[in-house]
Write a protein of this length. Structure first.
Ligand SMILES: Nc1ncnc2c1ncn2[C@@H]1O[C@H](COP(=O)(O)OP(=O)(O)OP(=O)(O)O)[C@@H](O)[C@H]1O
Length: 444
């Protein structure tokens, strides 16, 4: 499919009508009733809209909350807070006949065609099941509808009486798609629909999804971790990190010039297909924080390569600054780590619990660098707190000394450019340098 025809078809099918509006949606997983346990904040306050006829891509690293968001929109998970409106009606509180109608209008296609199809049912029965459940027309009309659907997704009528195990991965995904289409939904959530398939098969399924969208005016939320696939099929993209949407906007614009530091880092991790093109790679330090204990300020603050520094440290050597951030991460991980069995025994018998020596950690981190004396004094002070088992005090001390607005305040989604792009980053405030400008200085 040529780019021009894809662009043209995108332009004709998109409308200006809002189909889905999500407002400050939160989905938390509570621990089965444990007292004082922190819930997993899988989706932590996201807002966005989807226009009828468009495809919104939802990308982000494993565990950032993509599937939970998709499942909450489907009412397969219960929202903890916030609103989801489909055609203007809040669906988080629907019940009875309204909920049944909603289950007609919104469908989901799952990643793994191997486990999402019931092996004991024929293909015809699998596709017909939603029609039976919803008492759709007469049994004869249902059978006719299944035959029509088989053809729509590129399968044959004689496949009606076969079983899923007799099909290849791509064909099985076609069965899943036919089932999702059975009740003529207007909105389909595609959760990694091609991730489990060979590359050659992926392209065929993506083309099928595009054709179906054009034919039936469908609206898609396309969840994926493969950015190349998203770029191909999506009109707009939302980038998720730790339960938040960090950036959302037109796909072409975001791939060409990402605004948010996290999008920058995510895109720079895609291998450049052309080896003659030099590209600046940004390697992210550490791992995302636990969704049970997300940072108080910006969700990305613990790993952001262009985090705002306090005024007195703007000229501090980049390597020293980077190591301070690593030290803060070490303390965070240390306070998260479960006490080992022997530590617990020591604690029970009243002995001091001391983890690996903090002096060693400081030497390893800062040994080869020239660290200003005042900075080293602060680091040692924090190390003393940690050495005495009070990681929380150590973290608070470092946050007070080296933290900035990124550590203390959650950024607003600020507008970028003139095509409705939004990005969650303090740096878009005019008093700071834009993330892209700071990245340029880092990779020089
Ligand atoms: N049923 C559950 N109970 C408790 N925690 C859960 C549950 N389901 C998911 N989580 C947690 O919620 C967070 C978000 O998970 P989710 O599956 O939504 O992320 P994801 O971005 O879809 O990841 P992946 O790409 O690996 O599927 C993770 O920390 C995960 O461990």
């Amino acid at each position: 499919m040529s780019t021009t025809s894809t662009e043209e078809s995108k332009m004709t099918r998109e409308t200006q009508e809002t189909l889905l509006e999500v407002d400050d949606l939160k989905t938390y997983y509570e621990d089965g009733g444990l007292l004082n346990s922190n819930p997993v904040k899988a989706v932590d306050g996201v807002s966005f809209e989807i226009t009828r006829g468009e495809t919104l891509g939802l990308v982000g690293e494993s565990g950032c909350g993509k599937s939970t968001l998709g499942r909450t929109l489907m009412r397969l998970e219960e929202a903890t807070a916030g609103e989801v409106k489909l055609n203007g009606t809040d669906i988080t509180t629907l019940s009875g006949a309204d909920l049944k109608q909603f289950r007609n209008d919104v469908q989901m296609v799952f990643q793994d065609p191997d486990s999402s199809l019931n092996e004991r049912m024929t293909v015809g029965e699998i596709i017909r099941e939603p029609l039976d459940v919803h008492d759709w027309k007469t049994p004869d009309e249902r059978r006719a509808r299944v035959r029509e659907l088989l053809e729509t997704v590129g399968l044959q009528e004689e496949h009606y009486y076969r079983y899923p195990h007799q099909f290849s991965g791509g064909q099985r995904q076609r069965i899943g798609i036919a089932r999702a289409l059975a009740l003529e939904p207007e909105f389909i959530i595609l959760d990694e629909p091609v991730s489990a398939l060979d590359v050659s098969v992926q392209a065929k399924i993506l083309n099928l999804l595009e054709d179906l969208q054009n034919e039936f005016g469908l609206t898609y939320l396309f969840i994926a971790h493969d950015l190349a696939v998203v770029r191909h099929i999506c009109d707009r993209v939302a980038v998720m990190y730790l339960g938040n949407i960090m950036e959302i906007g037109p796909a072409d614009e975001m791939f060409e010039s990402p605004a948010n530091p996290y999008t920058h880092a995510l895109l720079s991790s895609i291998p450049e297909p052309d080896p003659t093109v030099a590209r600046d790679r940004i390697t992210l330090r550490g791992t995302p924080p636990s969704p049970r204990d997300p940072p108080a300020g910006c969700p990305f603050s613990t790993r952001c390569p262009v985090k705002i520094r306090p005024d007195q440290y703007t000229d501090l050597d980049d390597d020293v600054w980077e190591r301070i951030e690593v030290f803060r991460e070490v303390l965070r991980e240390r306070s998260r780590a479960e006490l080992s069995l022997s530590d617990r025994v020591r604690k029970l018998i009243g002995r001091e619990t001391v983890q690996a020596g903090m002096d060693d950690t400081l030497t390893e981190l800062f040994g080869g660098l020239s660290v200003p004396v005042s900075v080293m004094d602060h680091l040692k002070e924090a190390a003393d707190y940690a050495e005495n088992g009070d990681e929380d005090a150590a973290r608070a001390y470092l946050r007070e000394e080296f933290g900035s607005v990124c550590d203390s305040e959650r950024p607003d989604q600020l507008g970028v450019g003139d095509r409705g792009r939004l990005s969650l980053c303090h740096r878009h405030d005019e008093q700071y340098d834009e993330p892209a400008a700071v990245f340029e200085t880092l990779v020089q």
